[in-house]
Design a protein around this ligand. Structure first.
Ligand code: SAH
Length: 504
């Protein structure tokens, strides 16, 4: 057996990727192989290295899952090759996760292992439903129970009399389909049919649903609502606290599926904001930014900037601000290179990106579009002003043309290129169910349509949210309708407009 191979039995948490532990994220990022189950969020797997092998051992519809002894053998074999293996399981690996059996098999084979506990669904799903599993006045104990018995076990393996008499909250994992039998057994053994109870489906996921009813009516209510696995069933007085404490399901974008089409490197801010507001976010990066700063053209512009040749430098995107600074750094210069030059930023996001680099924008127009920046600059007078416009390839010519017409001497330099990105089948399938598709630039519109196979394939019920008029124009050119246009042309403005639309 190799000295270095190790298996980490890691809890992924119940669903919301934000509930994975720091240790879990660190180990996934360093793993050679990640062996994962069905209930693990794909977002966590995104954190694995490019060359890490992702091995799915859960159930697929209509197919059985990999037998436990095969999973054990796989873990032993991978560790034997000296790999760092992450065995990633939903919730906590030792709570109804068969982590114990895997640890035993590893011990037997002499393989080193480590356990990383996770947030278990039996606590997390109730918490997201507004139900504390213990409460100083209402529940001093909590029991985790499996409602789905090992089929080989005798039916009576669960002591229903003891469970019914348990002085506290009962939390059942699995067995939504056996809900009626569970409730009947508890009532038969003395639990009150009037006791508050709840079923929480897909707890902590954006589409979490909760049904509450007295124990005697819970099974029917859940069946009427079409509750499906995975779900947690909870029986206890604490279930009634949900009436006042149901925070998660009240989130303003709850139940809405929203596609974010901007480049992966920039998507996370917007995606996180939307998720925090309760939305199910589909990251569908239709574009990628390719820097082009190591060119002669850029080198020349930077030399002139450093020499103080320009009166004004214009940045038209946060990417531009970042890359111009990088281009300056390539010449072993820093923020002082901008000392004698006025800086104009097209909008607050670009200004913020500059500020991160210690540069304060002198000019930020009221509306974040080329026309508005041109107007603002022309007011300052452009005659004989030497201007550098640093921007993306194929950007619109409104700004340079207006400044030239105003008498300016304008250099335009290309800092980056925007290229299309393919979307995988899973993402494309998810997009079909989107309620909103957000566009943050005209290139996201064009490349998104390409990626889904043309505007005709645009998701039927999805409303288009556009960051501003230029993007909206591209949406209309694609033959689509703009449902929402942000008044303020940045991410904050876009989120605000989307919230307004969702509330109306
Ligand atoms: N180890 C896991 C449990 C695995 S057993 C943990 O600690 O959470 C699988 C059962 O867990 C499911 O049948 C369901 O009852 C419950 N479960 C897992 N994820 C869930 C979720 N997001 N919402 C509700 N129940 C969930």
């Amino acid at each position: 057996m190799s000295e270095h191979g190790i298996v980490h039995l890691v809890g992924a948490g119940p669903g919301d990727p934000g509930l994975a532990t720091q240790r879990a994220l660190d180990l996934i990022a360093r793993a050679d192989a990640v062996v994962h189950d069905r209930l693990v969020s794909p977002r966590l797997l995104d954190g694995a290295r490019e060359r890490a092998e992702l091995i799915y051992v859960g159930k697929r519809p209509g197919e059985p899952s990999m037998p436990q002894d095969e999973i054990n053998a796989l873990l032993v074999e991978r560790a034997g090759r000296g790999q760092r293996v992450v065995r990633l399981k939903g919730g906590d690996p030792f709570v109804f996760g068969r982590g114990g059996e895997e640890a035993e098999a590893l011990t037997e084979a002499g393989v080193a292992f480590e356990v990383v506990p996770g947030v278990t669904a039996g606590v997390a799903a109730p918490a997201y439903a507004g139900i504390p599993v213990t409460h100083r006045e209402q529940a001093s104990a909590v029991a985790f129970v499996t409602a789905h018995e090992d089929p080989d076990k005798d039916e009576s393996a669960l002591d229903w009399a003891a469970l019914a008499a348990f002085p506290g909250t009962l939390v059942f994992y699995m067995g939504v389909k056996r809900l009626e039998a569970v409730a009947a057994s508890l009532i038969e053994h003395g639990r009150s049919a009037a006791e508050p109870a709840a079923v929480i489906e897909r707890g902590t996921f954006a589409h979490q649903r909760t049904v509450t009813a007295p124990l005697g009516k819970l099974a029917k209510r859940a069946a009427d609502e079409g509750i499906e696995p995975p779900a947690i069933t909870l029986v206890g007085a604490v279930a009634s606290l949900r009436e006042r404490l149901a925070w998660f399901e009240r989130a303003p974008l709850r139940g809405r599926t929203i596609a974010v089409t901007r480049a992966r490197a920039q998507a996370s801010g917007l995606a996180a904001r939307l998720a925090e507001l309760g939305a199910e976010v589909i990251e569908a990066p239709a574009i990628r930014i390719v820097p082009r700063i190591e060119t002669e053209e850029v080198g020349e512009a930077v030399s002139r900037l450093v020499a103080g040749d320009y009166d004004i430098v214009c940045l038209t995107s946060p990417n531009g601000a970042e890359l111009l600074y990088e281009a300056v750094a390539l010449e072993d210069r820093d923020a002082r290179a901008f000392a004698g030059t006025a800086i104009a930023a097209i909008g607050p996001a670009t200004a913020a990106s500059l500020l991160e680099r210690g540069l304060h924008a002198d000019i930020v127009p009221p509306r974040s579009i080329g026309e508005s920046l041109a107007e603002e600059l022309l007011e300052h007078g452009m005659r004989h002003k030497r201007v550098l416009i640093a921007r993306a390839r194929d950007a619109r010519d409104v700004l340079p043309e207006a400044l030239v017409n105003g008498g300016g001497e304008v250099d335009v330099v290309t800092l980056y290129e925007t290229v299309g990105e393919q979307l995988d089948d899973v993402t494309i399938a998810a997009i079909a169910g989107a309620d909103y598709v957000t566009f943050t630039s005209s290139s996201t519109v064009r490349y998104f349509c390409d990626a889904i196979g043309g505007p005709a394939r645009f998701p039927a019920k999805a409303r288009v949210v556009s960051i501003g008029p230029v993007t909206s124009e591209a949406v209309r050119e694609a033959g689509l309708r703009v449902a929402v246009e942000a008044e303020q042309h940045d991410v904050d403005g876009l989120v605000e407009a989307l919230l307004d639309d969702a509330a109306s």
